[in-house]
Design a protein around this ligand. Sequence first.
Ligand code: NAP
Length: 598
Amino acid sequence: MGESVPSVRPFDPDALREKYRAEREKRLRAEGSAQYRQVTHELAHYVDDPYLPRVEREPVRDEVEVAVIGGGFGGLLVAGRLRAAGVQSLRVVEQGGDFGGTWYWNRYPGAACDTEAYIYLPLLEEVGYIPTEKYVKGPEIYEHARRIARHFDLYREALLQTRVTDVSYSDVEQRWTIETDRGDRFQARFVVMTAGSMVKPKLPGVPGIENFKGHSFHTTRWDYDYTGGDSTGGMTGLADKRVGIIGTGATGIQAIPHLGASAGRLFVFQRTPSAVNVRNNRPTDPEWAASLQPGWQRERMENFSTYVAGGDAETDLVNDGWTAIYRLRALSGGVLDELADFQKMEEIRARVESIVEDPVVADALKPWYRALCKRPTFHDEYLDTFNRPNVTLVDSDGRGVERITENAVVVNGVEYEVDCLIFASGFAVAAPFASRLGYDVCGRDGLALSEKFKTGLSTLHGMQTNGFPNFFIVAMNQVGISSNQTHVLDAQSRHIAGVIAETRRRGAATVEATVAAEQEWVETVYQASRANAAFLESCTPGYYNNEGQPNVERFRRNGAYSPGIVAFDHLIEAWRADGKWEGLAFDSVTADAVEAVE
Ligand code: NAP
């Protein structure tokens, strides 16, 4: 569906600066990130799995060579690459009832990936699959995760519906012990902890949330038994219902058009409008697919990530809304040039006006902040949903929902009665590993990872840390990143598989980062950081800037390696290729370990 860019009226930069400041002020809250409610205690049922019944099984007590914790794309990539490198004894432990991670849980109507499928879906060449559209829907992505698991024979030893509760190292045995909520207690030589950032749903900090007596759920646990329909919509169960949804981020934007089409009445409770860019999806051209040459996917991923890191590439292969935003980005400072940014956001606001018929509603849907303060969104039906007679935008003018009662949501003193309340309120993105993942990791001499990282992360290449032999982290900290997250995971999986392969090749018992190497890497990350304090502080609150309270020192240390994933990938690839494995200590089997094994 093509759409021309609405023309932009002349604007006054001073007036816009002042408007952005005033809108930000309205949204600042002293509690910052602490405003959100954790999904525990009386709210714990919000994370029950509605998709698959629990299957009982006997606890596992054995040993594997590699344990991978997490069966999302991070775990699938690492496990797939290890299998391809000949590791036979390999176990993935996954909380969900199947592989897929975020795509197992996020089955809400309209769920789709707004990063181009040809670069987002990993291992396309390896498994021989071409996505059906430029931006594919959730079920196709979930099925691709399962395809990877089948291709690399990962179901064989996997423990699904299983939550890890403890991971600890024995120096004597040179083994890790993994415990789970199913009573499993097994050992592994190597452990890979994948730490997705969108794994822990959170609820808005609204008084009375626990008192709501109607039907309610978080978007990561969509209750199709209640709504009817599926991720393509058709939710007939909502035809006679008053439905409320709290949250208009990337998730809300995708779900709301389907709710608008199905619900008797829909109330969209808005705190901050998203910037909604044009989508322009289209089916895959079979001729193009047939013309692809080996190596095409990595080339395309690198081309995209080069753009989003502010670099220059001759052709823009993906050529979409993401690259259009980043193309405007100034090459220094890591943010858009202010005037280009104003222009871009004026286009977004003009698009709202050109689609939404009621001028008051259109005004309330206009975002007033710089383009990269919040995650950009892309949709061609979202704004039009507000032209439906059954849909009401309840704008809280930045204050958020005031209160929830037994049967209603209160905004600006007005009660909106609802039968069903849906939380599209996001995830505890920045929570420390142990709190986000629900387990801690105990390394040599009983040192806990949470303790070691308390004052700041300390890793070599974001993936290894001293005191934790044969242990690898897959997360978005101290690594080069990209808005295409699977590009980062792909680079990490090649690296981890490479280090494990080298350890096996040497016949070494353990591999561990040295203290000196990790200090050097932390310094490299810190010095390369383009954290722009002024920009982050001027942004409207959100998870990008710790809800308006950015800690720039922490951000520089724990955040990304600023040159981006392409530079990072090339750096670690060269590091592996020179054969020195600088910064790693390989240890041979100790006498104690031999005895323990005997
Ligand atoms: P989110 O971006 O964190 O959005 C949470 C929403 O809840 C925001 O609109 C927030 O308003 C609102 N909210 C929170 N507290 C509230 C309150 N007290 N009253 C009213 N509203 C309140 O979460 P998300 O939409 O689930 O997206 C999370 C991330 O998942 C995305 O940023 C993206 O990385 C990923 N995602 C990706 C895709 C994709 O296509 N690839 C799709 C969906 C999600 P404020 O803005 O005012 O805080």
